[in-house]
Design a protein around this ligand. Structure first.
Ligand code: LHQ
Length: 267
């Protein structure tokens, strides 16, 4: 089923929902999908629309053209009314990253090309990343005298370990897709022509799982970074209590015993 319920209200991105999968495509290919105020506003609105829509069970985030996202649109920064950097981060970037991490539905990043600066941060904030051969990650911030932002300093050490994170953040070296796979930053590197299909297939697998359990799992993984083992064990028990009370858990058990695929409804 295709739904264009929100597409009409977007200009700098494309938003479509097909078979419970929302695909968000950053759509400023001539500027390598660099982030302008309108694009950031729309991106936040798109994630908020997904958050409100229980019929969406997974999200794919990707870019149009040859790039995933080149980060902040640097030309826009020269405009006289550009907000101070700290304000821009607090009011526009940070809410997007927070919305992505708060989303119950899993986000598959389909990294189709270069992900630079805050574009890399967007990729890091996804739950699962697939990359096209030829895609790359670059913390380009230092090249323009800035510090990594939009969650990069938080995500990167957790994703690739502190030593590689320091190298990437300080030297700003480009990480190729195969190296990103080697460091566990991306799940798989695929030929460019099959990226959309592979991302969709991964999203479809996630969309077929029990939504409440997935959302609880996302929260538990995130919380694990800031608590000790005892707290994590208790947190798991608490969440399992919630998951165990869902109709989807009963359906999962019934399907297992009947040797049939489960049909999870999110109840
Ligand atoms: C661009 C951009 C771009 C505008 C390519 N803007 N046009 C947060 C708080 C607030 C402000 C500060 O920033 C932040 C967070 C950040 O994201 S800071 C980091 C910002 N991003 C960068 O510094 C990356 C800048 N871009 C590049 O280094 C290269 O373009 C990369 C490595 C991404 C790709 O290189 P190439 O494949 O060689 O492409 P290109 O450089 O030739 O770019 C193609 C076109 O895209 C070109 O336009 P043109 O009209 O000449 O064809 C570029 O000007 C445009 N473009 N990035 N961020």
């Amino acid at each position: 089923m295709t739904t264009d319920r929100a597409s009409a209200s977007y200009a700098a991105l494309r938003f479509e929902v097909v078979d419970a999968i929302a695909t968000i495509t950053l759509d400023r290919p001539d500027a390598l999908n660099a982030l302008t105020v309108p694009l950031k506003t729309e991106l936040l609105a798109a994630f908020r629309a997904v958050a409100r829509d229980r019929s969406v069970r997974a999200v794919v985030l990707t870019g149009a053209g040859r790039a995933f996202c080149a980060g902040q649109d640097l030309k826009e920064r020269l405009e006289p009314d550009a907000a101070p950097l700290a304000v821009e981060l607090r009011e526009r970037y940070n809410p997007i990253i927070a919305a992505m991490r708060a989303l119950d539905q899993p986000i598959v990043g389909a990294i189709n090309g270069v992900a630079a600066g805050a574009g890399a941060s967007l990729a890091f904030a996804c739950d699962v990343r697939l990359a096209a051969e030829g895609a790359s990650f670059v913390l380009a911030f230092g090249r323009i005298g800035l510090v990594p932002d939009s969650g990069s300093t938080w995500f990167l050490p957790r994703l690739v370990g502190p030593a590689k994170a320091a190298e990437l953040a300080l030297l700003g070296e480009t990480l190729s897709a195969p190296d990103a796979e080697r460091f566990g930053l991306v799940t798989r590197v695929v030929p460019p022509d099959s990226l959309a299909e592979e991302a969709r297939a991964t999203a479809a697998r996630l969309a077929a799982l029990a939504p409440v359990a997935l959302a609880l799992t996302k929260r538990a993984l995130e919380r694990s970074w800031s608590v000790d083992l005892d707290a994590a064990l208790e947190d798991e028990a608490f969440r399992q209590g919630i998951a165990g009370a869902t109709a989807d858990h009963a359906e999962g058990l019934a399907a297992f015993l009947a040797k049939r695929p489960p049909r999870f409804t999110g109840e």
